[in-house]
Write a protein that binds this ligand. Structure first.
Ligand code: A3D
Length: 319
């Protein structure tokens, strides 16, 4: 069987980390693509030289030519501009929309059978635009946000309860942004829902509310310290989605997926729980939500709709 091929569009902070993780896990041969000349080539050679030390044996190459992504099985897109302190994700819209056009066309021409994971912000609008520009089926284009957002929620919950992160499962819905909806009632410690843990005196509603707020602002907290956006956990999150696809794992992961007819959503990319297997996004799972979560999701959907409308305003071909 031929080796799998993983193409990473964007060889910046997340792209480089993705390449390292993909090589370490031997997911396949890795191609790093970027418009910056020398950067993907230099990072690829550096990473290739990790092989003898770390014991992985895959090829890692860098390129400025879309032809080199031909036949990729998985493509992870981080091309674009990240946030700087004081910027919202939405401030990136105009710049990154143009990048999605170039990337979408590059994928369409060279790797139309790939499973494509978008990370570029503002995520929910960019994954929508990337799907439009690439013309790939909706189930093969998905956005990474929920895995990261729920990892952040889980981290804070594990700290709050003083337990291993392995025993925490958390649940985040909605758009990737300040309007995301961390759902405490579906978040558990070893199966015990967070509201029950509050009743057991293990925490208080005020402390959980503060954790929910911190989760929603989790990206900004790191931008404030680092001067640019997070890259280790975003890369790890996207790799778990790629592994679910490559291994037909049928994992249930919160992702920005195309939703039509569920959650009252009519054709929009929003963060929802999905099943990822060899068909890409194989199912959008609709769960029962309480009124507060429903209202939160509505705010989130409205925000994504606004961003999609703004994209259509900027690029007439999307209207
Ligand atoms: P950075 O380190 O700047 O890397 C971006 C790379 O994209 C650079 O190497 C650029 O040269 C390259 N690039 C720019 N334009 C193009 C183009 N047209 N074609 C190919 N490559 C291009 O950023 P980063 O890796 O830290 O972040 C990448 C993106 O991910 C940003 O938009 C971030 O906002 C976003 N991000 C999303 C999340 C989510 O959870 C969704 C988390 C963290 C960052």
């Amino acid at each position: 069987m031929a080796r799998k091929k993983i193409a990473l569009i964007g060889a910046g902070n997340i792209g480089g980390t993705l390449a390292h993780l993909a090589a370490q896990k031997e997911l396949g041969d890795v191609v790093l693509f970027d418009i910056a000349e020398g950067v993907p080539q230099g990072k690829a050679l550096d990473l290739l030289q990790c092989g003898p030390v770390e014991g992985f044996d895959v090829n890692v190459t860098g390129s400025n030519d879309y032809k080199d992504i031909a036949g990729a099985d998985v493509i992870i897109v981080t091309a674009g501009v990240p946030r700087k302190p004081g910027m919202s994700r939405d401030d990136l819209l105009g710049i990154n929309l143009k990048v999605m056009k170039a990337v979408g066309e590059g994928i369409k021409a060279n790797a139309p059978d790939a499973f494509v994971i978008c990370i570029t912000n503002p995520l929910d609008a960019m994954v929508w635009a990337l799907r439009e520009f690439s013309g790939l089926p909706h189930n093969k284009v998905v956005g990474m946000a929920g895995v990261l957002d729920s990892a952040r929620f889980s981290t804070f919950l594990a700290q709050e309860f003083g337990v291993s992160v392995r025993d925490v499962t958390s649940f985040v819905l909605g758009g990737h942004g300040d309007t995301m909806v961390p759902v405490a009632s579906y978040s558990t410690v070893k199966g015990i829902p967070v509201p029950d843990l509050i009743k057991m005196g293990r925490s208080t509603q005020e402390r959980i509310d503060a954790i929910i707020k911190r989760t929603a602002g989790g990206g900004g907290e790191i931008v404030g310290m680092l001067g640019t956006s997070a890259f280790y956990a975003p890369a790890a999150s996207a790799i778990s989605m790629a592994e679910a696809y490559l291994g037909d794992q049928k994992r249930i992961l919160p992702c920005a997926a195309f939703v039509e007819g569920k959650y009252g959503i009519d054709g929009l990319y929003v963060g929802v729980p999905v099943v990822i297997g060899s068909d890409g996004v194989e199912e959008v799972i609709e769960i029962a939500l309480d009124d507060a979560a429903k209202a939160g999701l509505k705010v989130s959907i409205d925000a994504v709709e606004e961003l999609v409308a703004a994209c259509k305003g900027i690029d007439g071909s999307l209207a």
